[in-house]
Write a new protein. Structure first.
Length: 131
């Protein structure tokens, strides 16, 4: 397998997201975007869940360390740092329903692959440095 050949450890979270991205691609490419039982991962009821990574901004108060969601257009009243966090976003579809993503979600899905590849490249570079 690729990870053994490159002599790096497989990050399970990234691997699951990568499998999810592949499932989105396969569903769109091979099944006209219609969700089947083997697509995505199980969700509530007769649904299948698709996941990808997003970068979420948040505020962290300097003195208390309290984190709060960044709300655009709302003034920041306490001394805070603007931070970014990589989190997972999920969307569920019923089996037989077509996949449908907003423009923002489509961008996030593509950028999610960029995040995973970037992490993998850093891991490869570190492994090469120590061998």
């Amino acid at each position: 397998n690729l990870f053994r050949k490159l002599e790096i450890d497989r990050n399970e979270e990234d691997f699951k997201v990568l499998q999810g991205l592949k499932s989105i691609r396969d569903c769109l490419s091979h099944h006209y975007g219609i969700v089947r039982e083997q697509d995505g991962s199980p969700s509530k009821g007769n649904n299948r869940k698709f996941s990808w990574l997003v970068i979420e901004p948040f505020l962290e108060e300097i003195h208390s360390g309290k984190k709060s969601k960044l709300k655009f257009g709302t003034p920041i009243e306490t001394e805070s740092d603007l931070c970014l966090e990589i989190t997972q976003k999920h969307k569920s579809f019923k089996i037989g329903e077509p996949l449908s993503f907003s423009s923002l979600e489509t961008y996030q899905i593509g950028f999610s692959l960029n995040i995973i590849v970037d992490r993998l490249m850093h891991q490869i570079a570190r492994a090469k440095r120590f061998t």
